[in-house]
Design a protein around this ligand. Sequence first.
Ligand code: ADP
Length: 205
Amino acid sequence: MYVVALTGGIGSGKSEASKHFARLGVPVVDTDVIAHEITAAGSPLLNDIQQIFGACFFNVDGTLNRSKLRQHIFNDANEKGKLEQLLHPAIYEQALQTLKNNEEKLRPQYQLLVVPLLFESTRYQGIANSTLVIDCDESLQIKRAMSRSQLTADEVKKLMQAQTSRENRRNLADAVIDNSGSVHDLIEKINEFHKKLIKTCIVSK
Ligand code: ADP
């Protein structure tokens, strides 16, 4: 199994990049998608969330009131920590399982594992064979993150402060793809990265 872990700051273009990797036929395992799935209706984790945070974070139909919980943890590091302690190990286990399933079923040359906070913990170090950062300058990150969500510039900045610095991310990465140009430029850079990696994977298999 060969796993490329993809990361980048908020609004850097991780989702846009993963969409293209998927188009190239690379299996994409996205920890944000898993986080959403394991908190969807019927998930056993919802009971734990209810016990810790209370029934007020649930809608009348029993589903999680995501925006209320998000707001609750946004300004409270302690509460945020409680939720992360619950979710992060479960996300990791599910990601690992999905990578293994993909490996068995699809026998891909490599897989892409998207982890927004890759360098903020050691959790994924054992799985990633190499790391790829999608990068653009902070002002563009803010502009793009705002265009995609309801967040204000200050809220995006606050989220950025909770992430490792751009400099640190770039220093730690095995490869960096600059996403300050157009989506078309990004796609071309990914095509090039993919071609090179396929050659490496074939050689190492
Ligand atoms: P992330 O997943 O890293 O938070 P996204 O991939 O969602 O970031 O990108 C944030 C927003 O910017 C999205 O609306 C996306 O379509 C857009 N975007 C990403 N890359 C580019 C680009 N090179 N040019 C223009 N818009 C872009």
